[in-house]
Design a protein around this ligand. Structure first.
Ligand code: HAM
Length: 420
């Protein structure tokens, strides 16, 4: 039996990968404009990092991690997300000693053992940003603004920005109790997952997809209406900042996110028309995470967006990213001609050194087939090297747009092409 790729993973091939590069270049440009530098952290981390960082009661930690023991019997985990890793790196590299805020972005693969379906993979790619050292609501707004700007530039239509506040350790316990009291009379009707969530993490019941749990939560008290003064003022200020920048949003009382580290602002950007996995981006503030990982309290806010889902949304909207895959020059050679292929190779290398995109026959095709190939790859010029011309140090240059042909000295071809 042939070996196939693991379930829930993808091979990305050219020219598809060129589209990824275009999107990544766009993201890097936006990060440059917003002042975010790139961070690259390990693909695997100490398992403890995620257990403590992401939260031991989350689906991610309980069911979805790729955890293994290495040869030295250390428990390691392929990163299911990168906020915990970036916070770890911030602490380990003493970035708190640098001028604040520290603003970083990352692009790379993440791993979650989830049930694969449209838009949900076991290896997927995230672009994310993290901003450290600022408690200002304008930091939250900047982070949201960067994501919003990206989708706008990409030309994706009809996205919805949902925001909520999940409070802080001061106001959340009171809200938890209020929510539990509201749900308790109908505890027996909850789905099995929500029954376990009831004690451990009752807020998660609010975003359960089961119709019964949804119905039970109708009319439940809203976190955003039970915030302490500090959280309430912060949430109002984030909204005011988004209003000022003309970024449309809706308050979503059921938005709680699947990771435990959030405090205050939580947000998601949702797309319609791509099925159940409609969240293209998610993030929020995590002021308690650094402390959870053993450092001094450090405010943080960020988001991650799914790279694969960008392409799903574009396809659903009938949009595509144009990749220009034309070559500048194809060098055709008479098959079997003495010294011809070597001369073509020397010229080919010379043209490439000058930044010209050129190719020559590597299959041993007939002249006719070489022209057909040149046409297929959209070559702008074809250089024809035959034994006779080569004897005089010359080659034919055909302009494929107007079919004009001229005899040139091989040594002059590079200059001639560069001038055009
Ligand atoms: P998350 O909501 O778990 O947040 O993931 C962010 C985005 O990654 C999702 O909105 C989705 O687009 C994409 N995504 C997640 N899981 C999959 C999957 N299995 N297949 C395809 N795409 C997926 C986080 O990961 C947080 N670390 C975000 C963050 C950064 N919060 C603060 N800073």
């Amino acid at each position: 039996m042939s070996i196939t790729r693991p379930r829930g993973t993808n091979d990305f091939l050219p020219p598809e990968t060129s589209k990824w590069q275009i999107v990544e270049a766009m993201l890097r440009q936006i990060c440059y404009e917003f002042g975010y530098g790139e961070i690259r952290t390990p693909i695997f981390e100490d398992t403890e990092l995620f257990a403590r960082g992401v939260g031991s009661t989350t689906d991610i930690v309980q069911k979805e991690m790729y955890t293994f023991a290495d040869q030295g019997d250390r428990s390691l985990t392929l990163r299911p997300e990168n906020t915990a890793g970036v916070v770890r790196a911030y602490i380990e590299n003493k970035l708190a000693a640098q001028t604040q805020p520290v603003k970083m972005f990352y692009i790379g693969p993440m791993f979650r053992y989830e049930r694969p379906q449209a838009g949900r993979f076991r290896q997927f790619h995230q672009f994310g940003i993290e901003l450290f050292g600022s408690s200002s609501p304008f930091a939250d707004a900047e982070v949201i603004g960067l994501a919003w700007e990206f989708y706008n530039r990409l030309g994706i239509r009809g996205l919805e920005l949902h925001i909520n506040s999940v409070g802080c350790p001061n106001c959340r316990p009171g809200y938890r109790t209020a929510l539990q009291n509201f749900i308790k009379p109908r505890y027996d009707e909850l789905c099995d997952s929500c029954k376990t969530r009831f004690d451990k993490n009752p807020l998660r019941i609010l975003d359960c997809k089961s119709p019964v749990c949804r119905e039970i939560c109708e009319g439940a008290p809203a976190m955003a209406e039970n915030l302490c003064q500090d959280c309430a003022e912060h949430f109002a200020a984030v909204q005011k900042a988004l209003d000022a920048a003309g970024i449309p949003y809706q308050i979503d009382h059921n938005l709680v996110r699947g990771l435990d580290y959030y405090t205050k602002t939580a947000f998601e950007i949702l797309a319609s028309g791509i099925g159940a996995q409609s969240a293209v981006c998610g993030g929020g503030r995590y002021d308690g995470l650094a402390e959870e990982l053993g450092a001094v309290p450090t405010p943080g806010v960020g988001f991650a967006l799914g790279m694969e889902r960008i392409f799903t949304v574009l396809a659903a909207q009938g949009e595509d990213i144009e990749v220009s895959d034309y070559i500048d020059v194809y060098i055709a050679t008479t098959p079997g001609g003495s010294g011809v292929t070597e001369a073509a190779f020397a010229l080919n290398m010379d043209l490439r050194r000058a930044g010209i995109r050129s190719e020559q026959d590597l299959i041993g095709r007939s002249m006719k087939a070489q022209f057909k190939y040149a046409d297929k790859v959209g070559a702008r010029y074809v250089i024809i090297i035959g034994e006779e011309e080569l004897a005089n140090g010359q080659a034919q240059l055909r302009d494929m747009q107007d079919s004009s042909q001229s005899l040139l000295s091989i040594n002059e071809i590079r200059k001639y092409l560069l001038e055009r």
